[in-house]
Design a protein around this ligand. Structure first.
Ligand code: BGC
Length: 476
């Protein structure tokens, strides 16, 4: 449910902003340009900062609250963080569904964003701590899979709700976030807290009984002792943030910043947030645009399943490099198609059918490439490379960088489309080339390596070995 609601919020806003009654009510100037003017520059018809603020405000709020949430998660337990997240989601969904003015839309998105900060910090941690170690990798991508299900569900609901007579379907789309929100809220009340978190907070009694229950075996002495030792070791770390700046953690810090940065610079959220708006821009009718969003959402979901199966077989590097190449080729083709028809003046004239099919096809192949590489790996790789003593701090850096660049892309995409035109796709293509070179030269393979032995991969790496020498062995 935590991943699902995140995905739902990613997918819902683009569809809603391409519904004419919604635009007419909240963004009348955009509506006038969109619905009434089919002749002048199409690249700029959605360019409105309040419209993008509606989408992007959520990520800024998530960035801020994930910083607070890391303390709540540590001091009061994962369960309470999940409950907070649920309550914030419920209130955000209500304010959005009942919105009467733009400020209510934005306040609602901010509340949802605060919820996401709490949920994204606590849910993956909760899963990793509860999961038997053998299934941890698969469960981790399970979180990304739930995100893609959330996006797909949002796209499907937008398609149907847009057809409601009377034009109030957008209220159901926005209010719909209340369903998973309610499930998380009620669910968090009956979830047990994790043994790790109870020990961390000094509640040793009851932990063994709980471990017996969740592991389904009687003898839990060894795991209990491991948890106590790990918790004591992590308490010795007084300044996880300052630690992160030490020379020996340079490779980890670099990955915690660059992996989420590059993930967003693939340009994926142009499709996830503004797919329907974009399809509208290149000349498709409202309902066709919403249908294409359902198709890209479906492709995104299916390709994530491929990644679950292949990530431990073919390895992370192979998927990263293959996905990058695939995205690059598609971006060049899409830029060319749009450039040829819309030129720089953005006035397309009549669009032939083959053109529509080619653009949609290559956007789908691009989404496929992302969804089995940078999508899941952008979360999986950072989560498996940090040693215990910097894990929470490095994970916060990872989430914050991700949210920050998600915010930037959400905020400036429509403006970039207006100014860079079809060149926007070449802009993202440039970053895909840079990130692929980065992976090729700087990311060691982490497939099949136990987390405790991860230090070795840096020590034998041609570049990172100079930072991580033998004098700096990781305690875990
Ligand atoms: C990214 C999101 C993106 C989603 C698409 C996630 O891994 O962090 O920004 O919208 O994948 O499936």
């Amino acid at each position: 449910m935590g991943g699902l609601i995140f995905g739902y919020d990613i997918g819902i806003s683009g569809g809603v902003t391409s519904m004419a009654p919604f635009l007419r009510k909240f963004f009348p100037s955009v509506y006038r340009k969109e619905a009434l003017d089919k002749f002048t520059n199409q690249y700029c018809k959605f360019d409105s900062e309040t419209l993008t603020l509606f989408t992007s405000s959520l990520y800024l709020a998530a960035l801020l609250s994930s910083l607070v949430a890391s303390t709540v998660t540590r001091k009061f337990g994962r369960k309470l963080s999940i409950l907070f997240g649920g309550l914030l989601f419920c209130s955000g969904a209500i304010v959005n569904g009942a919105a009467k003015a733009v400020w209510m839309l934005i306040v609602g998105r901010i509340l949802l964003g605060f919820g996401i900060g709490f949920a994204n910090q606590s849910v993956p941690l909760y899963l990793s701590e509860m999961a038997p170690y053998k299934y941890r990798g698969a469960l981790n991508i399970g979180f990304q899979l739930s995100i893609t299900i959330g996006i797909l569900v949002a796209n499907i609901l937008n398609y149907f709700f847009a057809q409601i007579k009377g034009g109030w379907g957008w209220r159901l789309s926005l209010g719909g976030a209340g369903v998973p929100a309610l499930i998380i809220t009620v669910g968090s009340l009956v979830l047990p807290d994790t043994p790790n978190s109870m020990i961390e907070r000094g509640q040793h009694e009851g932990v063994k009984t709980k471990l017996r229950r969740i592991r389904g075996v009687h003898d839990v002495e060894e795991e209990f002792n491991d948890l106590v030792v790990a918790s004591e070791a992590s308490k010795l770390v007084e300044h996880p943030w300052r630690n992160l700046l030490q020379r020996k953690y340079r490779p980890h810090l670099t990955m915690a910043i660059l992996i989420p940065f590059f993930q967003q610079l693939t340009g994926i959220n142009v499709i996830m947030f503004y797919g329907p708006v974009f399809f509208n821009t290149i000349g498709f009718a409202d309902d066709a645009s919403l249908m294409f969003a359902v198709i890209t959402g479906g492709v995104n979901f299916l390709a994530t399943i491929v990644s679950i199966y292949s990530v431990d077989k073919w390895g992370r590097r192979f998927l990263f490099l293959e996905g990058g190449t695939q995205m690059l080729i598609c971006q060049i083709i899409v830029a060319t198609c749009i450039g040829v028809k819309f030129r720089v003046d953005g006035e397309p004239g009549a669009l032939p059918k083959w053109y529509a099919i080619v653009v949609v096809l290559f956007i789908c192949i691009y989404v496929l490439g992302f969804a089995w590489s940078w999508g899941p790996l952008g979360w999986l790789v950072p989560s498996e490379i940090f040693p215990l003593e910097i894990r929470s701090a490095a994970q916060s850096v990872n989430i914050s960088v991700n949210m920050f660049f998600t915010f930037i892309i959400a905020q400036i995409f429509l403006n970039m489309l207006c100014h860079m035109k079809f060149g926007l796709f070449l802009f993202f293509a440039f970053f895909v080339v840079v990130m692929s070179f980065f992976i090729y030269f700087f990311l060691p393979e982490t497939k099949g390596i136990p987390i405790e032995e991860m230090a070795e991969v840096w020590k034998s790496h041609w570049f990172w070995s100079r930072y991580v020498n033998d004098g700096s062995r990781h305690p875990n």
